[in-house]
Ligand binder design. Sequence first.
Ligand code: GH3
Ligand code: MG
Ligand code: MG
Length: 406
Amino acid sequence: MGITVLRPFLGTLIFLGAAVLALVAGPALPPSLAGLKTLGPYALLASCVALALWFNRGRSFVLALSLLAAYAGHSWGMALGEQGAGARVLYLAGVVLVPANALAALLSTERGIRHRQALIWLLVLGAEVALLAWGAGAVSAGAASAWPSILDSWVLRSPPAPLVGRLAFAVALAAAIWRAWPAQAPLDVGAAGALVAFYIGANWAESPSALAAFNAAAGAILLVSLVQESYRLAFRDALTGLPNRRALEERMRALGDRYTLAMADIDHFKRFNDTHGHDIGDQVLRLVAARLAEVEGGATAYRYGGEEFTLLFPDQSLEQAMPCVKKSCESIARHKMAMRGDDRPKSVKEGSKRRGAGQAEQALSVTVSIGAAERTGECRAPDEVLKAADAALYRAKQSGRNRVSV
Ligand code: GH3
Ligand code: MG
Ligand code: MG
């Protein structure tokens, strides 16, 4: 607990803190670095757009492109003169359109960039930019004298962010949090963090440094979330959420002279798939993974592949690890898994009614066989230890399953 709860939000917190620090220390920046202030946000947001394209992430792409366009618009507005109607139109558009685009992206299904939906997005964003460029130009040229009074109406009065902007931000942030909960996937948390950074910047928009610092923070938050997401995809198993075989192999190479490895394999798993279908098979895998993840003794559970899992006990002898391995094996066998099939009761009330009528929710028992091995003088390399654990697993299967062998 403690810091681990904050972990998904560290990127956001660090970059928001850095933006504040940059503002405090900003005046002390040597003149040669002053260019960073104006170019930083562009460079970071443009990198996000590029990385989102490369990784084929539609939502991040829309968000990064909107932020980039809004920052360009706000900077242009400042160049037009802060109190001019043109600047105010640009400001207002950014504050409303960024959350609106983010909301639409967050509510739609992620289909990547190489999809026809992406073309529609490009057209929408292009139309927004074209309309704004034309509108701001026309308004600041004084072509529409009604504009100042419209801009002064209470829903639009700004800065700081007007009522419509605040509402748009609140709804978009709620959508981002809804997406991010409860899995806290990096991209969703990053979207929420970037929106917060953008909104702070927008409320501080009279100061070019604050606008730059918080837009740079939004870019950095998005960028880091894209990198974190690809790390997660490489080292985590998507079905069970456990670290995968690649993570195990890296960890084993990094371990010291002594460790113990246990290889677990679900008993008669093929039967689950054949009798109850692949979906139930997947549920069984998730539930076994959750039980194994609760392993004690400082061990970590990995999904090795298919229906095979490993428990890795750093710095522990076989003798030390054995009680924890046995405990995991027993806790799986004890657990009755309620099946979540299509005919599962929709409500608690219906469930108790069915049980009352003798239609008990179907419960499955699952067992695993485990083979454990310790790194020793003769068995040094990670793949030798794995082989030894696999041989022990074979013995556990041969001697009747639902047990631990060495
Ligand atoms: P034993 O007790 O000897 O281990 O028998 P078993 O049936 O568990 O062994 P076997 O290796 O023959 O079967 C493993 C099955 O696991 C085969 C495959 O269909 C299934 N499987 C592998 N990966 C997945 C997965 O991700 N999801 C589902 N649902 N099934 C999987
Ligand atoms: Mg197997
Ligand atoms: Mg099996």
